[in-house]
Design a protein around this ligand. Structure first.
Ligand code: ZN
Length: 420
């Protein structure tokens, strides 16, 4: 080795690490610029995602904003290869990107580039085959059974349902339990087995090729919140060529992003996608199975923020309870025969009456109908070896009092009832 070259090498070895004193930050592209509707406010969520990444000290984030619909894309040439990972806070339709951009992104990932998919980014590009293999499951923008089956976890196994139907659904934004299915993946290591995500959309009915994803975490989509009753994939890792992809279905809005669970899994997932490892510690404030935790500093980045969890979706309006539903003590008389019973009646949204009445032989079913302000229900009873059908027709006189007639095979009578 000649002296000049050797001197140069030594200088380089000494100068670069010694002067900075820390590893250089990993360059990350944060891609935004479009979403499927005004409910995904990327202008508000991008600054939160940027702060979450940069506060780790690991990343240097450049926000790249794609042109809007209808704009000229000929000068939009994102330099993917300059970055260790591309974070997608972006959901555009198929026609938006020219083929060259799609090809450049495919090559970037194939050659080892990292990808992070955040929430509605899995709505993007339903017709771009490579992109759908990178996300493995997606929803909306016209996706249906042609996109692939629905994927979910069942008894610890990734399962699918190919029956037809649209892809993508969610209920109201309420807190829900996230269950981990993997304790050894670098992103998952050290996280509690189950933890609460604060008010967020729980994506369900996601469909796609499902070729090679590993589901790290699921959430149970509850039927009472317009759900599937399935354990829906929420945190996934997969590979495409040499590239690593972290896909989080969490993070609808600033409120959802501000949860410590989202924040930490997003930070860890981005590090894994960029480096194939995770060096970050799990924060001490990470949520538990029964406690939501969130970052007030992040939540306050939404201009509508007032305080904490007060911006959850409200419960659906309560259906006015039927005035006839409840337990009634009934006293009456039919042709000199006393009628005494206690009926617990239910009335469904269509006015159908169900429930039971106590008679001498035990409980017997009541059936009937509420029409306008009148209740009609019948009770079948056996008395001294004969079956009778008692038909009650009544109206309320107050919230706790009802009055009406009884008919038994053409014999008329009357009753009064009081609510217990
Ligand atoms: Zn959303």
């Amino acid at each position: 080795m000649s002296m000049p070259t050797r001197a140069f090498v030594l200088a380089a070895l000494i100068a670069v690490p010694a002067l900075t004193g820390a590893a250089p930050r990993l360059p990350i592209m944060l891609l935004d610029g479009e979403s499927g509707g005004p409910w995904h406010k990327w202008q508000l969520t991008t600054p939160v995602l940027k702060k979450q990444l940069e506060e780790t000290g690991l990343f240097q984030v450049d926000v790249v904003t794609a042109p809007p619909a209808g704009a000229d894309f000929t000068t939009f040439k994102p330099n993917f290869t300059a970055y260790r990972a591309v974070v997608w806070n972006y959901a555009a339709p198929d026609e938006r990107w020219p083929a060259e951009i799609k090809t450049a992104f495919e090559q970037y990932v194939t050659n080892g580039g990292g990808v992070v998919i955040v929430h509605a980014a899995n709505n993007a590009f339903p017709g771009w085959t490579a992109y759908n293999e990178m996300i493995d499951v997606g929803g909306w923008r016209g996706r249906d059974e042609k996109a692939g089956p629905r994927w979910f976890m069942q008894a610890g196994t990734l399962s699918s349902d190919a029956s037809p139907g649209p892809a993508g659904s969610h209920g109201r934004r309420v807190p829900f339990l996230v269950t981990m299915h993997n304790a050894t993946h670098p992103i998952a290591r050290g996280l509690p087995k189950a933890w609460m995500q604060q008010g967020d959309e729980l994506y369900a009915n996601l469909r796609g090729p499902g070729k090679n994803m590993t589901v790290l975490a699921t959430g149970h989509s509850r039927p009472e919140n317009e759900g599937t009753d399935r354990d829906e994939p929420l945190l996934m890792v997969l590979t495409y060529g040499k590239g690593r992809i972290f896909h989080t279905a969490l993070g609808h809005d600033v409120n959802g992003l501000s949860s410590v669970g989202f924040t930490a899994t997003f930070q860890r997932g981005t590090e894994w996608a960029a480096t194939n490892g995770v060096t970050q510690k799990v924060p001490a404030t990470f949520p538990t199975a029964d406690t939501v935790t969130y970052r007030a500093d992040l939540a306050a980045m939404d201009p509508d923020f007032e305080k904490g969890l007060n911006r959850l979706d409200p419960p659906p309006p309560a259906r006015a309870a039927s005035p006839f539903a409840g337990t009634w003590t009934i006293t009456g008389d039919v042709a000199g025969n006393p009628v005494n019973t206690v009926c617990t009646l239910t009335v469904d949204a269509g006015g159908s009456v169900g429930g039971t009445c106590k008679v001498l032989t035990g409980d017997t079913k009541s059936t009937g109908q509420v029409k306008d302000a009148t209740l009609t229900f019948q009770v079948d009873v056996a008395h001294q070896g004969t079956d009778y059908v008692l038909v009650f027709t009544g109206k309320t006189e107050s919230p706790t009092a009802m009055k009406g007639t009884i008919d038994v095979a053409g014999n008329g009578g009357a009753f009064t009832a009081t609510r217990q």
